[in-house]
Design a protein around this ligand. Structure first.
Ligand code: ADP
Ligand code: MG
Length: 304
């Protein structure tokens, strides 16, 4: 079976305007997880996911009182791998039981560390927005398209530390949930991994994992069905098929902004150039249709 990585975007858990209650998150997971459970009959599956709203919420929670010890960002990222992993697992479990494949399919959330370069320029220039957005200016926050938000360092993923374990588990028929929130950022200090305060981009981490486990397909599920040129303008144009050469040119021309579509396109390019066969960007609702070639923007190295 081919190995498919499905990267779930923020809105798989919290839709615009929602406060992110447990009920809302479980409800939102139904659509992607139903499709993924069905697809697990045809593909080896790795699910990765973001954590922007959740990790920002944990930061706010601990800042709300002096009575508890504050945890550094890397520990909060680890916490989000647990909370979101749990929500995905329980939704998946129900779906596999419904399909009657729960006895053949196993699943596991893997606490995943991702090595970064301590000299990555991102540590001097934080760019990744996390947590809620505010209409009014706040100290230390920056203005984003969604309002004032906290931004943190987002260094490039160099290596997924648990890639070997993940690969082994896939061969044993496990559906794996990993690289949650882009992974727990660590730097290697001799034989020791040291956590660092950052949030890695989950799409770039997913591409890196794909490279290390030799995945065949990377599917990035977000809130738009297709990638567009001139997005948000009257002369926008949806893309069905894109080569990596064209994707690079469009990226240079500024069609894909750094905080949103930019890293997804870069992840797709990285994945295909490191040996991945196919990459797709589509909406959470159209994961299955996109794999059948009936939805989404499809990327490949060669013109086809
Ligand atoms: P996720 O939480 O899934 O990572 P993001 O908000 O980071 O989602 O990225 C998806 C968003 O990118 C879309 O909602 C859309 O508003 C924006 N976007 C920016 N440029 C483009 C483009 N060229 N084509 C399609 N969507 C784009
Ligand atoms: Mg994003």
């Amino acid at each position: 079976m081919k190995t498919l990585i499905v990267a779930l975007g923020g809105n798989a858990l919290i839709k615009p305007g929602e406060r992110g209650t447990p009920e809302q998150m479980i409800n939102n997971l139904q659509a992607p997880i139903k499709q993924i459970a069905k697809l697990s009959e045809e593909y080896n599956i790795v699910i990765t996911h973001g954590n922007g709203p959740q990790v920002g919420a944990l930061l706010l929670q601990q800042e709300a009182t002096e009575e508890i010890t504050r945890m550094p960002l890397q520990i909060l990222v680890a916490e989000t791998q647990g909370q979101i992993g749990f929500l995905i697992e329980s939704t998946l479990d129900e779906e596999l039981m419904r399909l009657g494949t729960d006895m053949e399919k196993y699943f596991l959330t893997v606490l995943t560390y991702v090595e970064v370069n301590p000299n990555d320029r991102a540590f001097i220039r934080p760019t990744k927005p996390i947590g809620p957005s505010y209409k009014r200016k706040r100290p230390g926050y920056v203005k984003t398209s969604k309002g004032w938000r906290r931004v943190v360092a987002s260094p490039k993923p160099l290596r997924i530390v648990q890639a070997r374990e993940i690969k082994k588990l896939i061969q044993e028929n496990f559906i794996i949930i990993s690289c949650g929130g882009g992974g727990i950022p660590v730097i290697k200090d001799g034989t020791h991994f040291q956590g660092v305060e950052a949030v890695i981009d989950k799409d770039l981490a997913s591409a890196k994992l794909g490279e290390q486990i030799n995945a065949d397909i990377l599917l990035i599920a977000t809130d738009v069905e297709k990638v567009a040129l001139n997005y948000g303008r009257v002369d926008y144009k949806y893309l069905d098929k894109v080569t990596t050469t064209d994707a690079k040119a469009y990226l240079r021309q500024g069609h894909f902004p750094p905080g949103s579509m930019g890293p997804k396109i870069q992840a797709v390019i990285n994945f295909l150039e490191s040996g991945g066969e196919q990459a797709i960007i589509t909406s959470i609702e159209k994961i299955k249709e996109a794999l059948e070639g009936k939805a989404g923007t499809h990327f490949s190295i060669e013109e086809n």
